[in-house]
Design a binder for this molecule. Sequence first.
Ligand code: AMP
Length: 418
Amino acid sequence: MSTFKAPKGTYDLIPPYSAKYLAVRDAISGPLRLSGYGYVETPGFEDVDLFARGVGESTDIVTKEMYTLTTKGGANLALRPEGTASVLRAALEANLHKAGGLPVKLWYSGSYYRYERPQKGRYRHFSQVGAEAIGAEDPALDAELIILADQAYRSLGLRNFRILLNSLGDKECRPVYREALQGFLRGLDLDEETVRRAEINPLRVLDDKRAEVQKQLVGAPMLRDYLCDACKAYHEEVRALITAAGVAFEDDEKLVRGLDYYTRTTFEFVHDGLGSQSAVGGGGRYDGLSEMIGGPALPSVGWALGVDRTVLALEAEGVELDIPPTTSVFAVALGEAKPVLFGLVTELRQAGVAADISYGGKGLKGAMKDANRSGARFAIVAGDRDLAEGVVQLKDMESGEQGPVAVADVVEVLRTKL
Ligand code: AMP
């Protein structure tokens, strides 16, 4: 072992386990790639104010969880704690919203950083795949994203997840509700920090998981009763479209989520096998965010699904992913056969067959051990005598059967067998 360890709250992805992460990223991005979303990649760090303004000065993410740094040049940067603000910043900077029709649909995949108290399912470095549809106010777009996430989870074989849905209202009706809620919260017996939160972002108090707070929230005014007609109609349409697609969801009027930029549709995907960190993904509409970061009005909607927690959810459900073998054919070269088998392995790879060869000048026993360890379905073994006859020995690693195949035919024979 080296002197160093992965920093607290982080972990390394090591083969073969790491293959699950690739499979999950593929499964989540697959439906997006079939639905008009283009791939976007942004830097791992941004101007700290992008998140302060975008995510919200009062959120835990900004006040407690950001990794911030000052560069030698004096710039204040933060490792990105989430994807939406960066992706919107990139879209605005590249003028994508002016380039063609709206919405601009983008998807991304990457690392995110939050200085949180580590526990199972909650890390300081984690990965997400996300999608953003920028510049259109259309219930069908909200529904599309929810349906695509559902499709992604189902394609992985996940079943025990639930979709929670709510509307947070818009700039017309939310302020009225906010005031009513604040009035109610002021009458409660809350600790100092919660009182402060009630003043800055009262909706977040609804999300407080503590029993002593929840007990007092009985009878709190509910946003549902304050939604304006436009928000109500919008939400009903989203619900109808998701229902028509056969996607089940639960109305959850307490769902507020931890970021300030959400308006109208908000949703979360929760998995019941994960304990306290049960949210595997979430998102919603953020109609005001573009203006908050200096852009034009661009009503938008998006989500981010956590890769780490999706992997944990798969394990909780006992789902085995269908991961393609890293090696289907393993070559064991004896005597002077190495260059010929090396050439065959290269050809197999070019033909799309996962192939590997024993390295390090091992003898038959050591090289066959490598072949076994590789999990290959077939081994091709050859020594000087085989080559003199223009053949290699093809060994079926499951049945143990072995027989000669002409060197010129090896690639074709293996391609048909696999
Ligand atoms: P959020 O931006 O907080 O809604 O996060 C979206 C998704 O990212 C969550 O549902 C989680 O799956 C994942 N996620 C957020 N924070 C963490 C974390 N600290 N560790 C692991 N996954 C996380």
